[in-house]
Design a protein around this ligand. Structure first.
Ligand SMILES: Cc1cc2nc3c(=O)[nH]c(=O)nc-3n(C[C@H](O)[C@H](O)[C@H](O)COP(=O)(O)OP(=O)(O)OC[C@H]3O[C@@H](n4cnc5c(N)ncnc54)[C@H](O)[C@@H]3O)c2cc1C
Length: 395
């Protein structure tokens, strides 16, 4: 099937949905291609519990999100489904809690009936033809059908930079042994608390204390989060990049080891069981497009503002080092930095934008820009910029 459109969005994760909805709302004929049968990408695969990157780093409970727009809209829609939800403090920053099934509903409500937006699920983009520095066509397979898309502008929201790679766009990728730990999540049920107080929390230092001596290095950095229902909780274990990402059974075995240690060491987990494994191992760090500007660690930590700043962010640089585990470098309280539009625009492919976790940032800056709240706003701004470029309004 031949498809002609203004904007092609590759990937329907949190950034891709925001990019496609924004482009369609701006009047562009927009096509979104997603290989899964559902929207949300990593956030759904890995059963995330909190939207990070929505607020500045003030000590007071936040009233509004830093960027407004679709990020604010998603929070309001989530609140509509779970009215008691409010931002909660985590360390020095605030996050917005949600349930996986609610986020799925919200993303579908936002995108399914959007005028001007056509979504192809279960379709994998697998080739791109570039001529004279512009993308001419992109092809995807949907079951046995071949889709050939003729877009005027493309936004790569595939997380791992599928279009960036295929189009010959410039990019950077850290060596495997320097990349941040990947993650794998599982859901635990049957948790009790003899004192009757819920939710049962397992602070990171306790988690480390019980797992420290018994586990290989990467599993020591696992984290536990209580669930929405009293007897449930979620655990994210970490895997070094050398682990075969396709080998989900191997990840499952690691998860069973971590759960067994919890059950043996903490009375609340004695009779608990693993209810669900996530259906993918998810990457914290992948390919980063080289854009017209590369955001640095210094830009983030000095709360730098830019003449073309389009997204505000105050999430710390959160790095999951293969040897040291998680470290957090914070931005000054109450302040934020900006992501310039140039980070969203390929340096060498004229009609290519990047959004979400594959934008033009250094490996360290990615530790701050990759969180969901920020990815939503980056997607929205990429959608707007791609539409503006159609009328010759380019950088
Ligand atoms: C272990 C871990 C824990 C995290 N915890 C949190 C947290 O608690 N809170 C938070 O805010 N952030 C968290 N993050 C970060 C955050 O989840 C992601 O960085 C963010 O969701 C990325 O969104 P995205 O849309 O850029 O990419 P993705 O979610 O990766 O979406 C990309 C989409 O593109 C699709 N795709 C890929 N290739 C193709 C192709 N060739 N054709 C068609 N479709 C394709 C994929 O199927 C996917 O749906 C965590 C990340 C990890 C790895």
């Amino acid at each position: 099937m031949d498809i002609f459109c203004d904007i092609l969005v590759a990937g329907g994760g949190i950034a891709g949905i925001a990019a496609a909805v924004k482009a369609a709302r701006e009047g562009a004929d927009t096509v979104l291609i997603e290989k899964n049968s559902f929207p949300g990408g990593i956030a759904i695969h890995a059963m995330h519990r909190y939207i990070c990157g929505l607020y500045n780093s003030d000590s007071d409970a936040p009233v509004n999100t830093l960027n407004g727009g679709i990020a604010e809209e998603i929070c309001l829609m989530l609140k509509g489904l779970a009215p008691k939800t409010k931002a909660i403090r985590m360390g020095k920053v605030y996050v917005f809690p949600f349930a996986t099934e609610d986020l799925l509903k919200v993303l579908r409500n936002l995108s399914d009936n959007q005028i001007g937006l056509t979504i192809f699920y279960e379709s994998k983009l697998d080739s791109v033809i570039t001529e004279q520095g512009s993308i001419k066509t992109a092809s995807a397979k949907k079951l046995n059908e071949q889709l050939v898309i003729y877009p005027r502008s493309v936004i790569d929201c595939s997380g791992d930079g599928a279009v960036i790679r295929l189009s010959g766009a410039a990019y950077e990728l850290s060596p495997a042994n320097e990349r941040q730990l990947a993650g794998f999540c599982f859901k635990i049920k049957g948790i009790v608390n003899p004192s009757g107080i819920f939710p049962v929390s397992v602070p990171y230092y306790i988690f480390r204390a019980v797992t420290e001596k018994k586990l290989p290095a990467n599993l020591k950095f696992s984290k536990y989060y209580p669930g929405n229902i009293d007897d449930e909780g979620f655990c994210i274990i970490n895997l070094p990049f050398e682990n075969n990402f396709e080998n989900i059974q191997e990840a499952g075995k690691h998860a069973v080891i971590v759960h067994q240690i919890l059950a043996d060491s903490l009375v609340s987990f004695k009779d608990s069981f693993i209810d669900k494994f996530s259906d993918a191992i998810v990457e914290r760090e992948g390919l980063r497009m080289t854009g017209q500007y590369i955001l640095t660690k210094k830009d983030v930590l000095s709360a730098r503002k830019f003449h073309d700043g389009v997204v505000k962010n105050a999430w710390p640089i959160e790095l999951w080092n293969q040897d040291k585990g998680p470290t957090y470098q914070y931005i000054k309280a109450g302040d934020f930095y900006e992501i310039p539009l140039r980070c969203l625009k390929s340096v060498n492919i004229k009609n290519l934008y990047g959004a979400g976790r594959c934008i033009s940032v250094s490996s360290e800056a990615l530790g701050s820009t990759r969180v969901m709240g920020t990815c939503i706003s980056i997607g929205e701004q990429a959608g707007l910029a791609a539409v503006n470029s159609l009328s010759g309004n380019t950088l």
